[in-house]
Design a protein around this ligand. Structure first.
Ligand code: HEC
Ligand code: HEC
Ligand code: HEC
Length: 430
């Protein structure tokens, strides 16, 4: 009996033993198979996250020359301070960032210093990228290092005197550059914080949507609107409902504009269309929504009243001007924008109630009429309809009349503009 028990016990434990052994072997086999696999998967995941984040930051948009190889640099950015040429950020050892490590990359993005400690110019928006977390920076670094190295030596930037005087950049940084990763606002939702992180950091919206002073530093107040440096466009305030603030828009409407470049109430043009095409349309619906939630909150409680341009008693000459503008509108514009400026949803933007038409700065509206343009080509709007340029068709005076008309009819309350304003826009100066 005892024997049997022992035997059984023995048999049992030997079965158990071999089972455990089997398990062990199986496990090691799995582990052996999975070990390199897991590392590869982790790094592949890291790289694809990095690729996504680089899209959100539109790195390729600036670090690619017109018709050039992606990330190999060479794009010229003209600013009031001179012409900046973007560097090669592919992992080429001689001409790119092949020798860089994660710390060097972090130093560039977070502190605005090159690998050798050289201070970088804020034409590279590290003033916003400084808000990016170390984890996200590392993922972008992994992604950039996974690209094929491209050997491309770019011309050096041509920064004008006195801006090329490096101590000035040092001084500028001390005055205006606030280094630091985005800190979550605990009183707001996770979604809001995600939106704020993207808008203030990688999205670098403030690089354009703010007034730059004479030394290129932005206002204390963020996203308050300003002329885009080096290009003749006005980036409206995202913090005022009189301009492009989203306070009285639904989250869905703001998201639609950001993801597709067009909505029932607005269309993104010029540099904004480019940002949407190159960057924002590629973001996940969750991230776009998070940005919309944050943007909406900026103006939710903004009730500033538009400086009213009431023409209570309209003078004869004023009425006459608007009438002439109306005739030009009928002849050249109505077929697309409609008899009452209503537009065609998703195709032609409305002009009635369109904030970018009535906002204080008429720059973009005059530009649109002179140069025409195309909205962004996006997945949501794959074949956008364009607007023809009227520069060769209408004289400055006529442009002024028709723009004055669309700014002051159908309940719009803009302000009149003159042929001198039109001439200024053509000249490209303020
Ligand atoms: C608005 C244009 C613009 C965008 C967008 C931009 N860069 Fe740059 N970047 C520049 C310019 C201009 C420089 C050169 C600045 C200088 O030389 O002082 C630069 C420099 C750099 C450098 C330093 C290279 C060196 O050799 O010192 C790195 C790294 C870099 N950018 C990475 C990025 C990454 C990553 C992104 C996206 C998250 C990005 N850039 C987005 C314009 C841009
Ligand atoms: C390269 C400069 C630039 C950057 C970067 C930029 N914008 Fe703009 N944005 C503009 C300009 C110029 C306009 C005016 C043209 C227009 O109305 O589409 C504009 C217009 C807008 C409008 C109003 C569109 C309309 O017609 O009602 C919104 C909303 C907007 N931007 C949001 C953003 C957000 C959010 C970001 C960051 C993710 C951003 N922008 C980054 C230049 C820029
Ligand atoms: C063939 C159709 C067509 C005609 C004709 C036309 N437009 Fe447009 N218009 C468009 C389209 C499409 C857009 C969007 C283009 C863009 O985003 O760059 C647009 C944009 C605009 C904008 C910018 C709106 C915004 O939200 O930024 C203004 C202002 C404008 N048109 C005024 C006019 C005026 C004034 C005329 C007549 C002199 C005119 N348009 C004639 C199709 C047209």
């Amino acid at each position: 009996m005892m024997r049997i028990i022992i035997n059984t016990h023995f048999a049992f434990s030997s079965v158990l033993c071999s089972f455990v052994l089997l398990l062990f072997i199986a496990n090691t086999a799995i582990a052996e198979m999975a070990e390199p696999n897991t590392a590869a998967t982790v790094s592949a995941q890291q790289q694809s996250r990095g690729a996504y984040l680089a899209r959100a930051g539109n790195c390729k948009g600036c670090h690619t020359a017109k018709g050039g190889l992606p990330f190999a640099g060479g794009r010229q950015l003209s600013t009031a301070f001179g012409i900046f040429v973007t560097p090669n950020i592919t992992p080429d050892n001689e001409t790119g960032i092949g020798h860089w490590n994660q710390d060097d990359f972090w130093q560039a993005l977070h502190e605005g210093k090159s690998r050798d400690g050289r201070l970088l110019y804020p034409a590279f928006p590290y003033t916003e990228y400084t808000k990016v977390t170390r984890k996200d920076a590392n993922a972008m670094f992994e992604y950039l290092q996974s690209l094929a190295p491209i050997s491309q030596d770019n011309a050096s930037s041509n920064v004008k005197f006195p801006y090329n005087f490096k101590p000035l950049l040092y001084l500028w940084r001390n005055l205006y550059f606030k280094q630091g990763v985005y800190q979550a606002d605990k009183s707001e939702s996770e979604e809001w914080n995600r939106g704020a992180y993207l808008v203030q950091g990688l999205g670098h919206c403030n690089a354009c949507h703010t007034t730059r002073n004479l030394v290129g530093a932005s206002d204390e107040e963020t996203l308050s609107g300003g002329q885009v440096m080096g290009v003749n466009w006005y980036a409206p305030s995202l913090a005022s409902h009189l301009e492009a603030g989203g306070g009285d828009w639904s989250i869905e409407e703001i998201s639609e504009l950001l993801a597709t470049g067009i909505s029932e109430r607005a269309v993104a043009s010029g540099p904004m269309a480019t940002i949407i095409k190159q960057s924002l349309q590629h973001l996940s619906p969750e991230d776009v929504r998070a940005m919309a939630v944050y943007l909406k909150s900026l103006t939710e409680h903004d009730h500033s009243i538009s400086p009213s341009v009431e023409f209570s008693v309209m003078s004869g000459s004023l009425r006459n001007q608007l009438q002439q503008g109306g005739q030009i509108y009928k002849q050249y514009c109505e077929e697309c924008h409609g008899a009452s400026g209503q537009g065609v949803p998703g195709i032609y933007p409305p002009l009635a109630g369109n904030r970018s038409v009535v906002m204080a700065s008429p720059l973009n509206t005059i530009r649109s009429v002179l140069n025409g343009g195309y909205p962004a080509t996006t997945k949501g709007n794959p074949q956008p309809y364009g607007m023809p340029p009227f520069q060769q068709i209408l004289r400055d005076k006529e442009v002024a009349l028709v723009v004055s008309y669309i700014r002051n009819t159908w309940g719009n309350n803009g302000g009149l503009i003159t042929a001198i304003d039109v001439d200024r826009v053509k000249g490209g100066h303020k």
